[in-house]
Each structure stands twice: as structure tokens, then as C-alpha cells.
Design a protein around this ligand. Structure first.
Ligand SMILES: Nc1nc2c(ncn2[C@@H]2O[C@H](COP(=O)(O)OP(=O)(O)O)[C@@H](O)[C@H]2O)c(=O)[nH]1
Ligand SMILES: [Mg+2]
Length: 300
């Protein structure tokens, strides 16, 4: 692919790396695909799965709305073309549970429930009880340090209307980010009892996406997820369980490099200067390495 490629010019999406390194990507993807396609380790499987002809989910991707769930699901199912071509489109809230079948095995899927608060009760209930019953081998818990994309103009947002006047974009952003980080915590809290109930082997991978938007405060972010309130939630989630049957990892990454805009296209925060293509490549590489590690642990 030359630099003049029209898809690359659509802008915003630095999965150019994937585009420019197809061999390396496919090597990695095929290992991940193999893993998704393998049977779960003993103890986590159930007999009914054998006869199940429906999409059999292996990995659950969960998190608040707008954090990047659909994007990471596409990357993990090898759907780079769609990630590239969709980058220029407006954000679409996912209304239903999305199932991404890995390209050549329709029986294996990645399940992505919608994240918006008002959509949670109906779609999450079943998924949560499936976690407890051991249907998933792993959960990707997606966060974005509060940078949750939303679909309306920021001045119409409930959080904007709640801040004391004089209101402005900056005040909105700090209130919004704080509020959304609390929502990330509430997702982890909600998940905890079901993860505790699950009898078999189960890994949880915390992915903190949108690194390109919080790169300048990365020490703070890393502190927040590895020592702060988020970590306390994770400790609670894994309490009272045989450490051999649980594993938690954290990966910080940028799935896409793009400005943070509201639903009307206004830039609320530019992606951080100093975060470039190379940082993103490294972050995606680390994400894949962690996944290979989890794969080995699962089979061990
Ligand atoms: N800047 C930036 N934007 C991202 C990143 N990951 C996803 N996005 C964007 O965030 C928006 C929401 O992503 P999506 O995958 O639809 O979120 P979902 O609601 O959790 O499924 C989309 O416009 C993505 O392009 C990232 O790492 N950095
Ligand atoms: Mg989605």
C-alpha cells in the first residue's frame, strides 16, 4: 500500500500500521484466532456446548458506551478493512448485542453488549449470568479514562447542564471525564459478583483505550488503574478465589488515533501531540503479547 492510498487518506485512523504490516498482523491474528477457536480448558466447559450449533461465545467484551468495544472486537476478529473504512463515519451507538464471528469459524464469537446505561438492564442480565455459569473463557473489560464517545452536542449533555455557570467546554470536559470514570468503576462493580461465582478458569483483561487522548498524563492514568480505585475493584473481584483459576492483566492502548469530538463534530480535545504512530504500534503489540500470554495460561 502506498502512502497515496485513498483509504489511508480518510484520516483519523492510525491502524495504518496494520495496513502497512499485513504479514505481521496476520501472523498475530491467526494465533489469536486459533486460540478463540480452541475448546476451553477442562472445568470451564459444559456438555451442552458440544451440541450447541449457535454462535458459541468465547470472549466477552464489556464496558461503558463509547469506549471502543466495537473497534477492538473488529480488530480481534481480523476485520481491519472495516476498521479502516469505518473510521471516518460518525459514532454509532450499538443498540443490540453484537456478535462478531471470526472469519472462518462461524461457531466462535466475540460478544459485545451495548454499553449505554439505559440499555444495560435488558442486555446485560443474561450475559452476566452466563459469566457466572462459565460460558466465557475470558472477559475484556474496556475503559478509556473517561473518554467515552457520545452522540449529541456537548451543550445538550446532561452533565453540561448540571455544571455551575459560567459553563464552558473545559469545565464540561473535566466534569464529564470524572463522571465517566465513575461509570467505568460501576461496570467493574457490577461484574464482580458474577466473576466470583464462576467456577472454572477465567481471565479478565483490563484494556484502557484511547491512549492517544491521555498520553500527556499517562503516569496519572497508570496510577489510577494500577493502584487507585479501579485496582481496588479488581482486587474485590478476585477475592476469595483460587489464584490459579483467575488471572487479571492490564493493557493500555490506542485502537485509533483521533480527536475527541462531540456528536456534532466539535473537537472537545485534540489527540495529544507527541503520541504518534510508533506509540500506537507499540501499544497494539503489547496488547497482542498480553493476549498470547493469557492464551498460554488458559491452556496450561
Ligand atoms: N482517539 C481514540 N478514539 C478511539 C479509540 N478507540 C475507539 N475510538 C473511537 O471511539 C468511538 C467509539 O468507539 P466504539 O468502538 O464504537 O465504542 P463502543 O460504544 O464501546 O462500541 C469511535 O468513534 C472510535 O473510532 C482510541 O484508542 N483512541
Ligand atoms: Mg459498540
Amino acid at each position: 500500500m502506498s502512502e497515496g492510498d485513498p483509504i489511508l487518506k480518510m484520516g483519523g485512523d492510525a491502524l495504518k500500521w496494520a495496513w502497512n504490516n499485513p504479514e505481521e498482523v496476520w501472523k498475530r491474528i491467526s494465533r489469536v484466532k486459533e486460540w478463540f477457536g480452541s475448546r476451553r480448558s477442562k472445568g470451564a466447559s459444559s456438555d451442552t456446548d458440544e451440541a450447541d450449533t449457535h454462535v458459541r461465545p468465547g470472549i466477552l467484551i464489556i464496558g461503558p458506551g463509547g469506549v471502543g468495544k466495537t473497534t477492538i472486537a473488529r480488530i480481534l476478529s481480523g476485520d481491519f478493512d472495516r476498521v479502516l473504512t469505518d473510521a471516518s463515519r460518525d459514532y454509532q451507538e450499538s443498540l443490540n448485542v453484537e456478535e462478531f464471528s471470526l472469519k472462518d469459524d462461524p461457531k466462535i464469537g466475540i460478544v459485545v453488549p451495548p454499553g449505554q446505561e439505559h440499555r444495560r438492564p435488558s442486555t446485560w442480565k443474561e450475559l452476566l449470568s452466563e459469566i457466572a455459569s462459565g460460558k466465557y473463557r475470558g472477559i475484556i473489560l474496556l475503559n478509556a479514562y473517561g473518554y467515552h464517545t457520545f452522540g449529541i452536542g456537548y451543550r445538550d449533555h446532561r452533565i453540561y447542564l448540571e455544571i455551575a455557570s459560567p459553563r464552558n467546554r473545559q469545565k464540561f470536559m473535566s466534569a464529564y471525564l470524572e463522571n465517566r470514570r465513575l461509570d467505568e468503576l460501576s461496570v467493574a462493580q457490577k461484574l464482580a459478583p458474577y466473576v466470583q461465582q464462576c467456577q472454572g478458569k477465567l481471565w479478565v483483561l483490563t484494556v484502557v483505550a484511547k491512549q492517544d487522548l491521555w498520553w500527556t498524563v499517562r503516569d496519572q492514568v497508570s496510577q489510577y488503574y494500577s493502584h487507585g480505585p479501579y485496582q481496588s475493584e479488581m482486587v474485590a473481584m478476585f477475592a476469595q478465589h483460587d489464584p490459579l483459576s483467575r488471572r487479571h492483566e492490564t493493557a493500555m492502548t490506542s485502537l485509533v488515533i483521533s480527536n475527541f469530538r462531540d456528536g456534532e463534530g466539535e473537537i472537545l480535545q485534540a489527540n495529544n501531540a507527541g503520541y504518534d504512530h510508533r506509540e500506537q504500534v507499540d501499544s497494539l503489540r503489547r496488547l497482542f503479547e498480553i493476549m498470547f500470554d493469557l492464551m498460554k495460561w488458559e491452556q496450561g
